[in-house]
Design a binder for this molecule. Sequence first.
Ligand code: HGY
Ligand code: MN
Ligand code: MN
Length: 403
Amino acid sequence: MWHELLPVGRHTGSGGYRRFAWTPADGECRDWFREQAAARGLTYEADRNGNQWAWYGDPAAGNAVVTGSHLDSVPDGGAFDGPLGVVSAFAALDELIARGVRLSRPLGIVNFGDEEGARFGLACVGSRLTTGQLTAEQAHLLTDADGITLPRAMEAAGHDPDAIGADPGRLARIGAFVELHVEQGRALDLSGDPVGVASAIWPHGRWRFDFRGEANHAGTTRLTDRHDPMLPYAETVLAARREARDAGAVATFGKVAVEPGGVNAVPSLVRGWLDSRAPRQDTLDTVVGGVEKAARAHADEHGVRLDVVRESFTPVVEFDHALRDDIARLLGREHGDRGITVPVLGTGAGHDAGILAARIPTAMLFVRNPTGVSHSPAESATEDDCLAGVRALADVLEGLACP
Ligand code: HGY
Ligand code: MN
Ligand code: MN
C-alpha cells in the first residue's frame, strides 16, 4: 500500500510532495484511497465536502469508531505527514481481520480533504466544513495564488461545490475518532518509545501581513526618498523571532510574496505570512500582538502601509481525557513481547483530530520520527516503528470496537 502511494505527487527535483487540494496529484491520492477500499470490500463514499470514507460494517448503525488522517501535503512536504495515518488505518483493519476479531461497532476509515491548506491558505478545510466550523459561504471565498476559487477548483476536479456544508448527521453516527500521525518533533526519539498518545494541541494560527510601499527605480531613487516595504517586512521577521523566543512560543514567516518582483525596482507590495503557536492562548496573543506592534512601528518609519489579516486559527485542543486515558492504559498493558510503554505528549502541530475534537471524542497516536523533521522531504520513520504504530492502532480499535 505504502509503496503504491509513495510516487504520487512527488516532485522529482526536491523529492518533496506537492499534493495540493483538488489538483491532479490530490485526485490520484483519492483514486488510491478508493482502490484500497474496494480491495477490502469496504463501502466507499465521498461526502459533500470531498472527504473520503471506507466502511467496515454499516455506518447507519451509529456509534462508529473512525480512524484515518489526510493525504494532501504542504509544498515539498514529507511522505509520512498524513499518509501514514491513512495507510496505517487500512493496515490496522487488515490486522483486525487477521486476528479474527468480531467488531460490535461500525469501523470507518477516512481521508480528510485539504488538511494542510497549502493551496487556499486555510488548514483543515474538509473537517472544518463537516463540523460546521467553516461555512459554505466562507469556503466559497477561498482563492489560491492564481486567483482560482475553491468552488472552481472543486468543479474542475469533479466535485459539486454547491453541496458543501456542515454534516451533523454524519458526525452523530461517529462515537470516537482516532488519528495516527507521524510525530512532528523528537519527544518519542528522546524517550525511546515507538508510539505515543496525544494530550493536547497548542492554539495556533496564520496571519497575512501586507506591507504596501511605493514602487520605484532601484538605481536612481535616493534612500531617503524610498517607501520600501521590504524593510519593515525584514524587521518584522526578526521581531517575530524575538517575541517567540521571549514568550516560549514559536513564530515563523515561511512564505513571502513580493510584487512586482523586479531585481532593479523597489517593490510596491510585500506579503508575509506568519505562523505562530504557543502552549496557551494568552501567550499566543502576546506574541502576535508584539509582532504586529513592531510591524506597525517599522511600517510607519518607512512610510509604508500595513494591513494584517488572520487567515486561519485553531484554538487549544484538549483531547478527550477518558479516551486518552483508556488508550494509554490499553497500550500500556503488557502485550506479551510487544509491551508498549506509552508517553502522553502535547504538540504544536494541527490535525483534523483537533477540529473533530470539538464535536466527538477524539484521540491521536504518534509514531516516532527519529529526527523530528517534518514539512520537509527529510521527514522519516522506520518501518519497525510504523508497524508498531499499526499494531497499536489495531489494539486501540479492537479495544474500542469489540465488547
Ligand atoms: O500546520 C500544521 O500544524 C499541520 O501540519 N496542518
Ligand atoms: Mn502537516
Ligand atoms: Mn498532518
